[in-house]
Design a protein around this ligand. Structure first.
Ligand SMILES: Cc1cc2nc3c(=O)[nH]c(=O)nc-3n(C[C@H](O)[C@H](O)[C@H](O)COP(=O)(O)O)c2cc1C
Length: 310
């Protein structure tokens, strides 16, 4: 999830679960626009552990040749699966006609998937992720078929439209079932999975072969197994995240604290921030916040209180 997750978080998730529980993760989208991306940009997105099993690289763009060449370079770096993003609703994506803006043109989506398929050796699957439409879901089956016709090995469906953004109550699993009925490739259902039990429930209700969990994985990294983390486990995960981030950013406190705040916003595991979330989020000093996470401590109530003005 662009701006929220990163290689550190993904690595911790993969370390936490074996393949039977968590099949894999995708990178955040890597935008391809005016030219094919250089290798170092791909490597940065993959993170220090580089390409490997259980990690797909997600690209976003609308230029067939540039996407194809970027995918080819990624394959040379060892990437084992390439995904294309037709779901991002951000203004930047809309302006450059990428992400979910492409849902307006299914034949172009098909050509983009095909361009990636043609650029890659056959053993590297191409997959695609869509939203359920722009304003409404009336051409959902056409979108799913465009992905299949382009040669994708898997279709991921976020069961909200662009208009519905990320709003609660708009994730409609019957849209995933419609895609399952429309195509012969496996479908991965996404959207509205808020707890472990929803994974099974969604797959049973829709016939989806796989489930993708977004925000609930930040709220609770154990959502995939259903393990109920203890307070110690929950604190330990965040402390390890902070330690790894400090190492990877060469001690850039401001950046690490900003990332931690992103996670604290969502975090639910062991009810860690139930009472104290706003206190943590108001903490001005990056050092104070990072130190408290590293100490696996509760934030001191006095820490974030700004000094009284004279
Ligand atoms: C901040 C944020 C960033 C996201 N970035 C990406 C992204 O880079 N690529 C992608 O395919 N989806 C991205 N998504 C969408 C999620 O992967 C997922 O489809 C969406 O949140 C619905 O699933 P959920 O209800 O399980 O969260 C992002 C979502 C959020 C909230």
């Amino acid at each position: 999830m662009d701006g929220v997750t990163d290689p550190t978080f993904r690595d911790l998730l993969l370390d936490l679960h074996d393949e039977g529980v968590l099949g894999g993760t995708f990178t955040e989208f890597l935008r391809v626009s005016a030219h094919p991306l250089p290798r170092h940009a791909i490597e940065k997105t993959l993170g220090p552990r580089g390409a490997r099993r259980r990690l797909g690289l997600q690209l976003m763009g609308n230029h067939e040749a540039h996407l194809g060449e970027t995918a080819r370079r990624a394959a040379e770096l060892g990437v084992q699966l390439i995904d294309i993003n037709f779901g991002c609703p951000a203004r930047g994506a809309a302006k450059s006609i990428a992400g979910c803006a492409l849902l307006a043109d299914p034949s172009r989506m098909r050509r983009l998937v095909q361009a990636l398929r043609d650029a890659l050796p056959t053993h590297i699957p191409v997959t695609a992720k869509i939203r359920s439409g722009l304003e409404d879901d009336s051409n959902l089956e056409d979108l799913a078929k465009a992905v299949e016709d382009g040669g994708a090995a898997l279709l991921t469906v976020h069961c909200r439209t662009k208009k519905e953004a990320y709003r609660d109550g708009t994730a409609r699993w019957e849209r995933i079932a419609r895609c399952v009925a429309a195509v012969n490739i496996p479908v991965c259902g996404n959207g509205g999975i808020e707890e472990h039990a929803h994974i099974e429930a969604m797959m049973r209700a829709t016939g989806a072969a796989f489930a993708m969990v977004g925000r609930a994985a930040i709220a609770d990294p154990w959502v995939f197994s259903g393990h109920r983390a203890t307070t110690d486990e929950s604190r330990d995960f965040l402390a390890r995240y902070a330690e790894d981030m400090l190492e990877r950013t060469q001690g850039r406190m401001v950046r690490v604290a900003a990332r931690l705040k992103q996670m604290i916003r969502y975090w639910k595991a062991a009810g860690l921030f139930e009472e104290s979330r706003s206190r943590w989020l108001r903490t001005k000093s990056p050092e104070t916040l990072v130190a408290a996470i590293l100490r696996r401590a509760e934030m001191e109530p006095s820490c974030p209180t700004p000094p009284a003005k004279a």
